[in-house]
Design a protein around this ligand. Structure first.
Ligand code: 5AD
Ligand code: SF4
Length: 439
């Protein structure tokens, strides 16, 4: 039996695409192996959001070169966002002649055809589609986890934030029809999944392109009624399109969790404008106020970038002030990295690396102290925890996630996995909460 190994770089979207790649390979009779060196097929599902992501792929390909010398029959494939960039597939082929297969984000469904072609002709295959075709439904999927399932609700992004490469490599926004999403979720419920994470680059744009009008709030209402699934999460949201109606719907629906991941990127209006984000600091703050009004226990997290071109000390201070004002439970922090082909890469005032480094350190320090305070506020509270398994902190402990998406550990038996436990929080840490199950 032939074996495959998929190495995934980047976001949840890529993780989920890898589950589809795995599904197609298993349908062809391939079986998964942990050992890339011994696999008949190694596939790298790549990311290009920052240069560091690309460098990881290049160094992994370098390592595979040696493994292919020992195992010459091995097929090496590269797919995902990286080769979808202009000229990158040809560059990869030139730099890494041991790569047999290169394809992009728009022709994933062709993987079986490509493999057959390589096996028959023993010649490299490079095929990138410049644009997305109709969404291919019904591809087999092998999910990695047993409790939480990722479900794509839309592909692509039309926002063109000036720093971001995603719209260039993921194509225009295309929504999946609500009925196929409902059917997929119902099947997941029957298969024993407890939580669904709805995926899209900007879930708040959901449905704009559908023949029969439907918005994200409407989709959530439909999905909340699906049997079997206990929790619904979604990512990622865009603050420009997030509105009061949606907050009210989320507050009302029992399965949709009270976790709002709302990437702000910057606290400075001038920078937000240059980023082409389409909202102001004031709009963002009023959105947060509304969330806290309807759902006082809401957990709010964000993405923040420092060092966008032209960001001066005042702009950075505005971001720091915003963090203090909103008091995010946690945030993903990034140093701006110029992506070739994006408008921001051409902007004149690139911020020196040293300044970026100082700013990210200051920001992380502030965020950590805010996160600790926020976690401490949960001490004494009762949280519903979906148990995921044994904790690696101590064999007598199990761990899971609260509705706000915080990790909670508590004494318990592994048999609780998949159940929702009422846990009283006793002690906060920066990265998790400790508690005990109520008798
Ligand atoms: N440089 C640094 N961070 C970036 N992100 C997107 N593009 C870039 C870039 N060029 C960050 C944004 C986004 C997150 C997924 O990655 O904060 O929300
Ligand atoms: Fe990139 Fe902006 Fe689209 Fe997010 S919304 S994927 S940051 S262009």
């Amino acid at each position: 039996m032939k074996s495959y190994n998929i190495k995934t770089f980047g976001c949840q979207m890529n993780e989920h695409d890898s589950e589809v790649l795995a599904g197609m390979l298993e349908a062809m009779g391939y079986r998964s192996t942990e050992d890339a060196g011994k696999a008949d097929l190694v596939l790298l599902n790549t990311c290009c959001i920052r240069e560091t992501a690309e460098n990881k792929v290049f160094s992994y390909l370098g390592r595979l070169r040696r493994q292919k010398v020992a195992n010459p029959a091995m097929i090496i494939g590269v797919c995902g966002c990286m080769p979808q960039q202009e000229g990158m597939a040809a560059r990869m082929h030139q730099l890494f002649p041991h790569v047999d297969l290169v394809f992009g984000t728009h022709n994933v469904q062709q993987l079986p055809v490509f493999i057959d072609r390589i096996l028959a002709e023993r010649k490299p295959v490079l095929e990138i589609w410049p644009e997305a075709a109709e969404i291919t439904e019904g591809l087999p999927t092998v999910r990695k986890e047993g409790l939480r399932a990722w479900v794509t609700i839309m592909h692509g992004c039309d926002n063109y934030c000036t720093y971001c490469i995603v719209p260039y490599v993921r194509g225009r926004e295309r929504s999946r029809g609500p009925d196929v999403i409902v059917r997929e979720m119902a099947a997941l419920g029957r298969d024993g999944f407890k939580e669904v994470v709805l995926l899209g680059q900007n879930v708040n744009s959901y449905g704009k392109d559908l023949k029969y009008p439907m918005d994200f709030a409407g989709l959530l209402e439909k999905l909340d009624g699906v049997n079997g699934i206990a929790r619904i999460r979604y990512m990622t949201s865009h603050p420009r399109d997030f509105n009061e109606k949606l907050i009210r719907v989320i507050a009302r629906l029992g399965k949709v969790c009270e976790h709002f991941h709302l990437p702000v990127q910057s606290g400075s209006n001038r920078i937000l404008k240059e980023m082409h984000r389409g909202y102001t600091r004031e709009h963002y703050l009023s959105l947060v106020e509304k969330i806290k009004f309807y759902i006082p226990t809401a957990v709010i997290t964000t993405d923040i970038m420092v060092g966008f071109p032209g960001e001066d000390d005042d702009d950075f201070q505005a971001t720091m002030d915003l963090v203090k004002q909103v008091r995010f439970d946690s945030s993903y922090t990034f140093v701006y990295n110029a992506r070739p082909g994006t408008p921001a890469a051409e902007m004149a005032e690139q911020v020196p690396e040293k300044t970026k480094k100082q700013r990210i350190q200051d920001l992380i320090k502030l965020q950590n102290s805010v996160s600790m305070e926020k976690n401490k506020e949960e001490e004494g509270s009762r949280q519903e925890v979906l148990v995921e398994g044994k904790s690696n902190i101590d064999p007598g402990l199990v761990y899971g996630k609260s509705r706000g998406n915080k990790t909670v550990v508590f004494p318990g038996n592994i048999i609780l996995t998949g159940a929702i436990a009422p846990v009283t929080i006793t002690r906060a840490h920066l990265a998790y909460l400790e508690g005990f199950i109520e008798k």
